[in-house]
Write a protein that binds this ligand. Structure first.
Ligand code: UDX
Length: 437
């Protein structure tokens, strides 16, 4: 099929390359010239395992190209809208400016029978409003809402082999032909049995926000248990293992620590609360405010723990933060718990050095006042405390004895509960996990 992908950020770039991998002819379109130049030369503008290889392969095969000119979308039958929906400044609600701009600049190039597929995460009701707009500007195009569930760090695999497809379609005949078109796009994964659910627009939009809210709730639940474990002298890791063995609960997303960050979970739960308020259903989501509060409290908690381990004050202490990205295998620092805790420590008088294998240049752009050092050993040297906040495999593999020879004081906080506490203690470290005795 001939496909256009509007918006080549995280979602769009991965989607465009993956659709070419499925055998389609794809053009990716973005207003950012620098991004398009990078992508055209087969480089990903962000760190994502497997993406550079996929870009190079698809560009070489002639099935993938990029452009800044919306007119290049005119030859496509299916148009995926993959632009961002960030949190509005000073508000909880999502900023739909980029979605609206994408639809209005695409509309003049739409042909009868074209299918427009919304993939961005949007407040419920957006698809119906956009479909109404298309009725006027491109009456013979059909809108489908097809949310994306990819995780950063696993984006290519998640796009090519998702858990499920969700299609939000209009009622009646146009819906049927749009389903057929999208089935053709996803023929390969569908042929291997990937489930596909066809629902109305509002349900499709809600599947995405409900899924992210559930995941955020699961993380804040276990972090709340970590607080209780701290108060009671219990171990949240053993607790998570034990409750996770009940398959109604499941062990995934029960890792207590410094909490969730990134470009999705925090802003999606806030936008969901804002939208529920507009719909008069705010009471249904007041628990999400608590989910957010518990999550933000984790960052403060890790700062307090660092202060305690440094003897009650951070003034004049050298603190090394292991990890800047909001999670490993990503260079994304949006709403990163690690950087937010690091900035709080610096404000309390610590000299903070942040290290990360991939995210330092993004981190510097957001928190220029912090110290940065790309080489782990250099970052660790002469520290009074190490604080692991992103569980990159290189930090999980640190040898407590080797590291012990570099620091001024052997204090470590494992903000992701991934280190072997016994091994660190045996090597003479003062070791603290989160929610662990
Ligand atoms: C999330 C959803 O998982 C994905 O389906 C959706 O499409 C986009 O949002 P992503 O933001 O890439 O994906 O990261 P995810 O792996 O979900 O992690 C989010 C945050 O939660 C990270 O900061 C991670 O460190 C944290 N987390 C995750 C925990 O603190 N504990 C856990 O047990 C799991």
């Amino acid at each position: 099929m001939r496909i256009s992908v509007i918006g080549c950020g995280y979602l769009g770039a991965v989607h465009a390359a993956s659709m070419a991998k499925l055998g389609h002819d794809v053009v990716g379109i973005d207003v950012d010239q620098a991004k398009i130049s990078e992508l055209t030369s087969g480089r990903a503008p962000f760190f994502e395992p497997g993406l550079p290889e996929l870009l190079t392969e698809s560009i070489a095969s002639g099935r993938l190209s990029f452009s800044t000119d919306m007119a290049d979308a005119a030859g496509a039958d299916v148009h995926f809208v993959c632009v961002g929906t960030p949190q509005r400044k000073g508000e909880y609600a999502a900023d739909l400016r980029f979605v609206d701009a994408a639809f209005s600049s695409l509309a003049p190039y739409l042909k009868p029978g074209n299918v427009v597929v919304g993939k961005s995460t949007v407040p419920v009701g957006t698809a119906a409003r956009l479909a109404e707009g298309l009725q006027e500007s491109a009456p013979e195009a059909i809108l489908v809402w097809n949310p994306e569930f990819l995780r950063e760090g696993h984006a290519v695999q998640d796009t090519l082999t998702p858990d499920r497809f969700v299609y939000g379609v209009p009622n009646g005949d146009p819906g049927t032909s749009a389903v057929a078109a999208l089935d053709e796009v996803y023929a390969t994964p569908l042929s291997t049995g990937t489930p596909r659910l066809v629902v109305d627009y509002a349900t499709a939009e809600l599947v995405k926000t409900a899924a992210n809210s559930f995941l955020a709730t699961k993380i804040s639940f276990i972090n709340a248990m970590a607080e209780v474990c701290d108060a009671a002298g219990a171990d949240v890791t053993a607790l998570a293992d034990a409750i996770g063995m009940d398959d109604r609960i499941g062990r995934k997303f029960l890792n207590a620590g410094v909490g969730f960050g990134g470009g999705c979970l925090p802003k999606d739960i806030r936008a969901f609360m804002a939208r529920a308020g507009e719909l008069g259903a705010d009471q249904a989501l007041t628990f999400l405010r608590e989910v957010d509060t518990i999550n933000m409290r984790r960052r403060t908690r890790v700062v307090e723990m660092t202060r305690e381990i440094c003897g009650g004050s951070l003034m004049g202490k050298r603190v090394t933060i292991l990890g800047a990205a909001f999670k490993p295998d990503s260079d994304d620092v949006r709403d990163s718990p690690a950087l937010s805790a690091a900035a709080q420590m610096q404000l309390q008088g610590a000299t903070v050095t942040v290290t990360d294998p991939e995210a330092l240049s993004n981190a510097k752009g957001r928190f220029p006042e912090l110290g940065y050092e790309p080489i782990t050993e250099n970052a660790i040297e002469r520290a009074h405390a190490l604080v692991l906040l992103t569980e990159w495999k290189e930090y999980r593999a640190l040898d407590p004895r080797t590291v012990g020879a570099l620091v001024t004081e052997k204090n470590i906080i494992d903000g992701r509960n991934v280190l072997d506490s016994a091994a660190w203690r045996e090597a003479g470290w003062n070791f603290k996990g989160m929610g662990r005795p």
